[in-house]
Structures are given as structure tokens and as C-alpha cells.
Write a protein that binds this ligand. Sequence first.
Ligand SMILES: O=C(O)[C@H](O)[C@@H](O)[C@H](O)[C@H](O)COP(=O)(O)O
Length: 261
Amino acid sequence: MGSRPPNLFVFSTVDILATNLRTYIVQCQTMALNRHDVFKVAISGGSLPKTLAKALLAPPTSPEDTIRFDKWEVFFADERAVPLDHEDSNYRLLKDELLDKIPTDAGKPTVYPIDVNFLDDAQELADQYEKLLVQSFAARDSVKLPLFDLLLLGCGPDGHTCSLFPGHPLLRETSGWVLPIEDSPKPPPTRITLSLPVVTAGLRIAFVATGGGKKDIMKKIFEEGNGLPCALVNEMAGDRCTWFTDSPAVEGVAFPRRGSL
Ligand SMILES: O=C(O)[C@H](O)[C@@H](O)[C@H](O)[C@H](O)COP(=O)(O)O
């Protein structure tokens, strides 16, 4: 359980949100580089990569504001079981929106896509991705869970995050790090996702939710909870969790704690 409620930031525009998201990411990057000289990040799909590109591709305003892409290790918080050049691929989305646009002199992140040799077997696809995490995390941290320095997540209109959907049995999985799902209510149906324990173990967790389409679910997440995946992350991660929203997404929503960076 998180000891304090999650942080919530509301910005008047997505551009201002992006500037503040960058400041937050740089803070997480600094903590990570001090801790282990690498920045391990998990990123999900949806509208997030576009906002992320806005945040990260802007030129630095000071030396301290530099994005050290050369130190980034990028994992996928969830991924669809499709080839990497498929229009549904979260890898492709991130590549098109962000990775391919990083200036060459800014350094290249190390990116860990799924192994497309296992697209026909969701369990194997998940197991292979979990192996990658084991290699990347366990040896260094000798922990029971991979501790991402930062997870950058979206929030679906039904309250899902990653590919953890409301009421789905995957929410009760406590042992696996990476889980297969073959009946995702959001297409495509076959995907892999980080498990709830892995998400909530993250040192920092940031949600980005923008636009009036998020208003109703934001109310449910923050005012009722109702076991919605995003609400579960809030409950378990507490103030390690920070929401970046714009005004339309939170119109009329009462929050435990608002703040600014
Ligand atoms: O692969 C996916 O489908 C995403 O990872 C998913 O979890 C997404 O982040 C949310 O659905 C929010 O999407 P929007 O930001 O587009 O609403």
C-alpha cells in the first residue's frame, strides 16, 4: 500500500502538460542515473507516445534539462501480438512518434521489443519477454520484482491500464511478471502486459490522461475506485504515482490532492 495518495497535476493545455511531464521525467532520470547509471523505463501505447514525443523532443532549456537517451532502456508496459511493423504494434507507434525523431547527437536508447518468433503463442511471447526482464533486472537488483525507474502509462476509458482490464482474472495474478491475454476487450485481442505487482512496484509511475473523453472514468477512478485497474495502481503505489492530466479530462472531479511540480 502507498502511504500517501497519488499526486495529481492538472494543466490547461497538452503543451503545458508536456513541459511539466518532461521536468518530472528528468527528475526520475536523475534519480535513476544516481542509483545505477541507467534509466529503465516501461512505456505503454495509446495516445501516450505522441504526448511523450512533445515532452522529450523539445530542446533542453539548460544542461540539467538534458534527456540522456543513451542511458535509457525502454521496455513495453504492454504490447500487441503483431509484427513490429504492424499498424497495431506499440513498438511501431513509439518508433514512429518518438524513437525515429530523436536527434542523432542526443544518443539512442536501448529498446526491448517483443520477440516476434513467438507471435502465435501468447504464453510463450509473455515468457520470453519476462526472461528479458529477468536478465535485465534480477542480476543487478536481486529482487523478487523488476523495479522500473519509471512506468509511463495511459488510462483507458474503462479504467484499464497497460493491458490490465477491469474485472479480468489477470488482475489477480501475483506470480508472473509478464502475462498473456487473448481476450482483450480493446482490439487486437492477443497481447502481453506487465502484471499489476510489477506495475505497482515501479519506483515512479506516471499516468497521462487527456481530453474530455476521460472525464467520466477519472471520476470513477478517483471518487469510487471500484477495483478499476487504474484505481488499484493508485491504491498500491500511493504517492509514487503521479497523474498528468489536462482540464477537460478532470472537469468536475473531486481529488484527494492536487499539486504542481
Ligand atoms: O496498447 C494499448 O492499448 C495501451 O497500452 C493501452 O493501455 C492504452 O495506454 C490505454 O488504452 C489508453 O489509451 P489512450 O491514451 O489512447 O486513451
